[in-house]
Design a protein around this ligand. Structure first.
Ligand code: C2E
Ligand code: CA
Ligand code: CA
Ligand code: CA
Length: 275
């Protein structure tokens, strides 16, 4: 009847109010967190295949929230992107990562995720160069990861930014390959250095022969276009063996190490001073 109808309406209304309130609170907390240094870089090992030598780390954002504990990107990156705070967040993260990396072996690469909209910023390459210069981190040890979503925005602006970064010596990886669209067109049009095969594909290689064939085709495609290939989300030794056999160049996943804070990666990378 009428009564329940109105009750339902009120219920939805207040649920919406609550959602808006929570969102507003998240945004103001996030702004303070970025400025207060609560967003910190975690590092996940990237290894070469088949020998599994450590070749670099990917920087993954974590929010050390004073009350809610350690938050993962799915809890705040979307909000950071929608409010434009992502630019400040990733600048600070990159600066911190470059500082942390000073104690690591000098052949190790640093890979950072840059949000699609940031490639529309015509000063992105300059901003990144300023951080590299300030921290003394060489551009040729930096990799920028970009998802296909960036390519369906303003392709010309994105292309210009990618070229500027490559002119500095920064490498560009196409992230989450296979989850977006127009991949083949973009692979041909933009001169990426690396292709990262999404975890959903890597997961599926053990499930069926058809799926394994698809991953094999992606590896061959990348290789034939002169790109190196990285498989994401490797969790089993069987996957490593298969991927290596198909010619995949690099691997990343819990099998080699989950994303970890500076202190933990330092224990792997920094030799004790008086050993
Ligand atoms: P991504 O770039 O694809 O990063 C890989 C994600 O897979 C990470 O999730 C990592 O923890 C997870 N992962 C790695 N190995 C395994 C595995 O073996 N098994 C499973 N199940 N998962 C694995 P995380 O850290 O939660 O990051 C999620 C996404 O958030 C990232 O996906 C990236 O797109 C985004 N992100 C993280 N940091 C930043 C950042 O600083 N800026 C931007 N724009 N995006 C970021
Ligand atoms: Ca990535
Ligand atoms: Ca990825
Ligand atoms: Ca992914």
């Amino acid at each position: 009847g009428k009564k329940e109808g109105r009750g339902t309406y009120r219920f939805f209304q207040s649920a919406m109010d609550l959602e808006l309130k929570e969102r507003a609170q998240l945004e103001s907390e996030l702004r303070a967190a970025i400025e207060g240094g609560q967003i910190e870089p975690f590092y996940q090992p990237v290894v070469s295949l088949p020998h599994q030598d450590l070749v670099g780390v990917e920087v993954l954002a974590r929010w050390r929230h004073p009350i809610r504990g350690l938050l993962t990107p799915d809890q705040f990156i979307a909000a950071a992107e929608e409010t434009g705070m992502i630019a400040e967040l990733s600048c600070r993260l990159l600066r911190q990562a470059c500082l942390d990396a000073r104690e690591w072996p000098s052949h190790l690469r640093l890979a950072v995720n840059i949000a699609p909209q940031q490639f529309q910023d015509r000063w992105l390459a300059e901003r990144i160069l300023a951080i590299l210069t300030e921290t003394g981190f060489p551009p040729n040890r930096l990799e920028v990861e970009i998802t296909e979503t960036a390519l369906v925005q303003d392709l010309e602006a994105t292309r210009a930014t990618l070229t500027s970064l490559q002119n500095l010596g920064v490498r560009i990886a196409l992230d989450d390959f296979g989850t977006g669209y127009s991949s083949l067109y973009h692979l041909r049009e933009l001169r990426f250095d690396k292709l990262k095969i999404d975890r959903s594909y890597v997961d599926s290689i053990t499930m069926s022969e058809e799926r394994a064939k698809l991953v094999d085709a992606i590896i061959k495609l990348g290789t034939s276009l002169g790109l190196t290939t990285t498989a994401e989300g490797i969790e089993t030794a069987a996957s490593v063996e298969w991927l290596s056999g198909q010619g995949c160049d690099y691997g990343q996943g819990y099998l080699f190490g989950a994303p970890m804070p500076k202190e933990a990666i330092d224990r792997i990378l920094v030799a004790p001073a008086d050993a």
